[in-house]
Design a protein around this ligand. Structure first.
Ligand SMILES: [Zn+2]
Length: 196
């Protein structure tokens, strides 16, 4: 799944399981941060840009799905985020939950364009190579399955936003979140949706 789909899905989980904005943000971040190990792509592009050589995506391929897509990453990210939580016991559990939901979603739906481009989950990386989990029916990253799930998650999140008065935008900015919620509720009133 795309990082944005992970964000929306994790935010939904966090919204129905936490009781305050800070814990909600932390639990959501735990479901997104695994993909931070793909940020090597920035170094790849910049180094290609500065050297004028063809971009080989070396750092991206070397570290994405390796550094933060196993139990060591889950522990590190969850413990770190829990440190900032209000209800630390539930936050630790929920961070581990959204982190592993991310891994599960990647395992079922992160295949590349070719049939052989299956992404495995190396659950003990970067400490150990094994175990390696792989689902041979893994669907494409941009496949209809991922798109359908994303549309469902996105519409669900908008429904929850209208009802509760906060959205996944709060992860970026509380101020932007207020504007987004106001606009969404206004749009709902114009459309005469029942919930508004
Ligand atoms: Zn991922």
């Amino acid at each position: 799944m795309s990082p944005f789909a992970h964000l929306v899905g994790s935010w939904l989980v966090a919204s129905v399981t936490t009781t305050n904005p800070r814990d909600r943000t932390l639990v959501t971040l735990a479901g997104v941060l695994p993909d931070a190990d793909g940020l090597g792509v920035i170094a790849d592009v910049l180094s290609s840009w500065f050297t004028g050589k063809e971009c080989t995506f070396y750092y991206y391929q070397q570290y994405h799905h390796v550094l933060l897509h196993g139990w060591p990453g889950a522990m590190a990210v969850s413990v770190l985020l829990t440190f900032f939580g209000k209800q630390r016991g539930p936050v630790l559990f929920l961070c581990l939950l959204t982190f592993h939901l991310h891994l599960l979603c990647d395992m079922v739906g992160s295949r590349g364009p070719d049939i052989g481009d299956v992404w495995p989950i190396c659950y003990s990386e970067p400490l150990l190579r094994h175990p390696i989990w792989l689902w041979k029916h893994q669907w494409k990253l941009d496949g209809w399955q991922n798109q359908s799930i994303f549309i469902f998650l996105f519409i669900s999140s908008l429904g929850l936003t209208v009802k509760r008065g906060y959205s996944f935008v709060e992860i970026i900015s509380q101020r932007l979140d207020c504007i987004f919620v106001q606009l969404l509720r206004k749009w709902c009133r114009i459309r005469n949706f029942e919930r508004c």
